[in-house]
Structures are given as structure tokens and as C-alpha cells.
Design a protein around this ligand. Structure first.
Ligand code: GLA
Ligand code: ZN
Length: 615
């Protein structure tokens, strides 16, 4: 059964509205709600005093109406009394200014008072509801790092020192961070502080380690809740909703390993003409973290309220995007939120039940979608291409100042991904530590920070086709430039040396497209596939092949056409074909009528229309 539902915030409504909600949820075939996401202030009116009366009533009501609950732990927004009572709770920004209470997620991840109160709250919730028949899943916190992804306070500084001591000696810190530079040498751990506001650029090693530390600090919060939950309900699914693919602060791959289910919140930009492709990429990433079906935990039924301009979704577009989630390995379609708020900062964010009720286009589509999904099942997908993705590399590459602020990791990944998407060739993502042998091709869009050369060598030795993009093999995992030269440790695999890079003053073009960057490649044993200013090389090792793409193109379609020998499916731009084990999905993300041939049959697609073919 496909999960269908939304964040449900009944605390904003009176009881007569709750009853109408039950009727409408059933009418729309809602089978699950995410409850209690922002419930803390109501559940704990003062320190240690709990009031579960509303939540008790709501859990029972949902159960009576056969709607199951993904119960949230309510720790994403602490009550005002907690923020005001203990000084360590509110986070500090780069300038050591307090980030004040009054919105949400305003807590320092290392605050002992936040952690203690969150722990006690989660224990109370889990003890109270772990046997409730409506409970089907746990929802830890909400979008960790959405608003507070980094804190610079003294508590964090102290914990950072402890974290560092657990990893390195003081000498190693000095070595790794290269503190011989600018007189930055440390003689005591107590002198190390977070990368707060500084006069000039802070030490990149410090910045990188602080990012790792913050990701791990936030992960500790998750683990704390996870362990409490598992002590009472070892077999129940635990998730925490991830954000989209621009979310850099957390190493989601690491998190996903611990979570039972990956879920994420998707808000494609209506003003971005390639939003559907970017959204597909994130679905693929989410499926790939565990190589398992994920849940689309939130999407907007219509508009959001938080971009500067928030156009509506086109008729049927929301249903199309819901199908896209299934077509990339989703097993649930949920929304933020069930009923559009009348008050608060999100009152102009759409809900499944809009301000103007059930006569609206949004409600009609929400109801139609519930009926469509009720007869569908989750699908399974196979890819023979993998894109290598690495958080450490992302964090390291984007330290500025660097050679060019245009070298953005996600942009590079996307520009490569687009080729496969547009040719309807399925891809998985793979991560450090995973086996690559299942894939015919492994593409590494960028490996500025190269710390997995052994894996790549092995893959080629076993017959794989390895493709690597420009500005790779520059630094090791402590962000120190390889003293033997760029790409030196992979020079035998690729049959090249890289002698430098050029950031072009203006974009140039050659037969393969436009490019803004080129590496200076010296060929050793590789063959030249292309050599008009930018070099593309292929080294045949007798086993697999290793390709190096020595330029940053804005479109890699011609480049990859030279290398990839897989045939996808032909379709117009904006029309996507996904072939699963149960269904074929034809998705039209354009506002035009489209037609498409699939295995000898011609299919007509309405604007923002889709077609599901049963296999
Ligand atoms: C995020 C949050 C929700 C809500 C939506 C609005 O995804 O998790 O609580 O604020 O954004 O788009
Ligand atoms: Zn802090």
C-alpha cells in the first residue's frame, strides 16, 4: 500500500474541525498523518510537567477513523520557557550574537539543557504511545539543520575540543590544518575556537573539521532519540525527514544507514525550468542512500509561501510530481500540510484542505490522487550507471576563497546527472565504502578531495568503466594538496598527469559545448578521445577503462555521448520515461500536449499529464 497523507497540526484547530478533518481524510483516502511535529509547548507547559490530553484524544480519534500515525517526537521547536531559562539553549551565530526565540528550531545542538529536556520528553512520549494501535512509524524531530545548521557558542567550542582530542593529537591538528601558515600554530587545545567571524579567511582545515563536527553533533541528537524509541519499539520504523539536495550541512548517507526508512521534503521551484530534473535527482539520491524505497514526506499541495514569488502549481502538476516520486522509488506521498493554517508564518502555504475548502482545484486534485494511489504499489528499479557522491568532498570543494566560486558541487553533479535523465537512462548514487562492481559505469563528477582512490582502482581492475570530472585528485581528506601533484595517486589508472587548471575569463566553446574551466592534462598512456583545448582521455588497462573529462562544461551531453554506450528511451525535453519492475511511467513535465512511442505503441500525454503502463 502506498502511504498517503500529510503533516497534521490539529493543535491549531477546534474540535469540530477535527471531526470534519476525519471525514475529509477518509474521502481523500488518507491513510497516515505525521502528528505532533510541533507539539512540545503544548505537551510540556512547564519544566517536567506534561499534559498529553490533546494528543491522547487525537491518537484515539485517528485510530477510530483507521488513519495511522507517524508520531513525531516534537523536539524541533522547544517551548519558550526552556529557551529563556537556560543560557546554553539558544544558539550563537558567527559573531557570537544570540539567535533569539520566536520561530522554531532555535536550539544549540550541543546544549545540555536542550538535550536533557528533549530526552525526557521523547521518553515520556514513547512510554505513553508505544502500544497505541494507531502508531505505525516514528518521526524524529523535523528537518534537522533546516534553520540552525551551525552554532558557534562556547558549549559547542568546548565539545569541539573534546571531539578533536578524540581524533587527533595536538601535533596532528597542527599538521592537518597546516597551522604553519599565518602563525596559526596551537600549543593547547584550549586555544582552539570554532571558525567564528575572523578578520581574513579562516583556516580551511578548521572550517572543514567544524562542519564534520556539526554534522556529527546533530547526528547525536538523532541517535539519542532513536535509542529511546528502539528500546520500546525495536521493530517499528524510525525516520527523520531529510531536506532536498541542496542541503549541505548533514552527511545524510551516514544518517540513512541508521534510519529504517529515508524520507524527504520536496519543494521544486516553480520558476526553475529544470525543476523536475533536479527533483528526480534528489529522489534518486534518497533511494540510493539505503538502496531502498523512500517516502516523500512533504510536498506542497499548491503554493509555498517562503520564496519571494510563489506561483501556483499548474493543473495536474501536483499529481504528476507525486507520480514522479513513485517512478523513482517512492512508497509514500505526503504533504505539508493537511489543513492550511489561518494564523502563523505559514498561513499562505497551501494545504490539502485550502482556506477556501473543498470546492478548490487543490482539494479536488488531493482527493483524486488519493484514489489513484490506493490501487498502486511500490516499484523496484535497476540501474547500470552509478554517480559517486561524497559529502566531505562537497564541504571541502566549496571552501572559499578557492579558484572559482562557480565550482559548486551540486551544480556539477546535476550537470552530469542531466545527461542520464534526459536520455532516460536510470542511475543510482553510490557512496564511499560501497561496492561499485554492480554498475557498468561509475561517474565521479568531481573528486577534488580524493580519499577513496583504492575503491576506484579496484573498480577499474575488475572491469568497470570509471569516468571522472575536472579538478579532481587535488587534496587528501585533511584538505592538504597532494605533494606529488594533482591526480598523482590515480595517474596509472587514468594514464595522465594533471599539471594545473585554468579558470577562464569568459566561457569558451568547442565542438562538445561551452566550458568555463579546463585542466591542463598531460597524456601518458591514455588515448585522446577529444583534444580541442579541453582534453578528454581514455585509458584502457586491459581490464576496465578510465575516462578523464578535463573541463567544466555547462552541458555534458556531447561529452558523455562519446563515452556511454547505453541506449535509453527517446523522449522530448521535459518528458520522462521510467521503467520499473511493475510499471512504466511516462511523465510530461511540460505545459504542452506530448506524444511518445514506447515499445511500438504511441502514447498521448496531456500537459502535466502522465501515463502508467502495467507490466
Ligand atoms: C518544511 C517543514 C515544514 C514546513 C514546510 C513548508 O519542509 O518541515 O514544517 O515549514 O517546510 O514548506
Ligand atoms: Zn552551540
Amino acid at each position: 500500500m502506498i502511504i498517503y497523507g500529510a503533516d497534521y497540526n490539529p493543535e491549531q484547530w477546534s474540535k469540530d474541525v477535527w471531526l470534519e478533518d476525519m471525514t475529509l481524510m477518509k474521502e481523500c483516502k488518507v491513510n497516515m498523518v505525521n502528528l505532533n511535529i510541533f507539539g512540545w509547548a503544548l505537551l510540556e507547559p512547564s519544566e517536567g510537567v506534561y499534559d498529553f490530553s490533546m494528543l491522547d484524544e487525537m491518537m484515539d480519534l485517528l485510530y477510530e477513523n483507521k488513519i495511522s500515525v507517524d508520531l513525531a517526537t516534537a523536539t524541533a521547536a522547544q517551548p519558550a520557557w526552556l529557551s529563556m531559562k537556560y543560557e546554553d539553549v539558544l544558539p550563537k551565530d558567527k559573531h557570537m550574537n544570540t539567535v533569539w526565540h520566536g520561530s522554531r528550531q532555535t536550539y544549540c545542538p550541543n546544549s545540555s539543557h536542550y538535550r536533557l529536556r528533549a530526552k525526557l520528553l521523547v521518553e515520556a512520549i514513547v512510554k505513553r504511545y508505544h502500544k497505541h494501535p494507531a502508531l505505525k512509524m516514528w518521526h524524529v524531530n523535523n528537518e534537522y539543520s533546516d534553520h540552525t545548521s551551525i552554532c558557534y557558542c562556547d558549549t559547542c567550542a568546548e565539545k569541539f575540543r573534546v571531539w578533536l582530542k578524540g581524533k587527533y593529537s595536538l601535533e596532528e591538528v597542527n599538521e592537518r590544518w597546516g597551522t604553519a601558515f599565518w602563525s596559526q600554530r596551537y600549543y593547547s587545545f584550549s586555544h582552539i575556537i570554532p571558525p567564528r567571524h575572523t578578520a581574513a579567511d579562516p583556516n580551511p582545515g578548521l572550517v572543514l573539521d567544524y562542519k564534520r563536527f556539526m554534522s556529527e553533533s546533530t547526528y547525536e541528537l538523532f541517535l539519542m532519540e532513536y535509542d529511546i524509541i528502539k528500546a520500546y519499539t525495536p521493530d517499528m520504523t524510525v525516520t527523520s525527514n531529510f531536506m532536498g539536495n541542496d542541503n549541505k550541512p548533514l552527511d545524510y548517507y551516514k544518517w540513512a544507514k541508521k534510519m529504517d526508512l529515508v524520507s524527504w521534503d520536496s519543494y521544486p521551484d516553480p520558476l526553475d525550468s529544470r525543476a523536475y530534473m533536479k527533483n528526480a535527482l534528489t529522489h534518486d539520491l534518497m533511494r540510493s542512500y539505503k538502496k531502498q524505497a523512500f517516502v516523500l514526506m512533504e510536498q506542497a499541495p499548491d503554493q509555498v509561501n517562503w520564496r519571494s514569488k510563489n506561483p501556483n502549481k499548474e493543473p495536474n502538476e501536483m499529481i504528476l510530481y507525486s507520480m514522479q516520486a513513485l517512478a523513482h522509488g517512492g512508497k509514500g506521498v505526503m504533504f505539508f500540510q493537511w489543513r492550511q493554517s489561518l494564523k502563523g508564518a505559514e498561513k499562505f502555504h497551501s494545504g490539502m484542505v485550502p482556506h477556501n475548502g473543498t470546492e478548490t482545484k487543490t482539494y479536488r486534485e488531493v482527493k483524486a490522487l488519493g484514489h489513484i494511489l490506493s490501487s498502486m504499489k511500490e516499484d523496484d528499479f535497476k540501474a547500470s550507471v552509478a554517480i559517486y557522491f561524497d559529502y566531505d568532498n562537497w564541504w571541502a570543494l566549496e571552501y572559499e576563497p578557492g579558484p572559482s566560486a562557480d565550482m559548486k558541487y551540486m551544480d556539477i553533479v546535476r550537470d552530469y546527472y542531466a545527461y542520464f535523465y534526459d536520455n532516460n537512462i536510470p542511475v543510482d548514487f553510490v557512496f564511499n565504502g560501497e561496492t561499485l562492481e554492480d554498475y557498468d559505469y561509475v561517474l565521479v563528477p568531481n573528486a577534488y578531495m580524493l580519499h577513496d582512490e583504492g575503491v576506484f582502482k579496484d573498480y577499474v581492475k575488475k572491469g568497470g568503466q570509471l569516468i571522472m570530472g575536472a579538478f579532481s585528485g587535488i587534496v587528501d581528506e585533511s584538505d592538504t594538496v597532494f605533494s606529488k601533484g594533482y591526480m598523482s595517486s590515480l595517474s596509472d589508472v587514468f594514464g595522465i598527469k594533471v599539471l594545473g587548471y585554468h579558470v577562464l575569463k569568459e566561457t569558451k566553446s568547442n565542438l562538445l559545448g561551452h566550458y568555463s574551466w579546463k585542466d591542463e592534462v598531460k597524456v601518458l598512456t591514455a588515448d585522446l578521445l577529444f583534444d580541442d583545448d579541453v582534453l578528454i582521455t581514455k585509458n584502457s588497462t586491459g581490464h576496465g577503462n578510465a575516462y578523464y573529462i578535463g573541463g567544466r562544461f555547462d552541458d555534458y551531453s556531447k561529452v558523455l555521448d562519446e563515452i556511454i554506450k547505453i541506449k535509453g528511451y527517446d523522449s522530448d525535453e521535459g518528458v520522462s520515461v521510467r521503467v520499473g519492475k511493475k510499471y512504466v511511467y511516462l511523465l510530461n513535465f511540460t505545459g504542452l500536449h506530448k506524444s511518445l512511442d514506447f515499445e511500438g505503441i504511441n502514447y498521448k500525454l496531456q500537459p502535466y499529464g502522465y501515463k502508467i503502463i502495467h507490466l
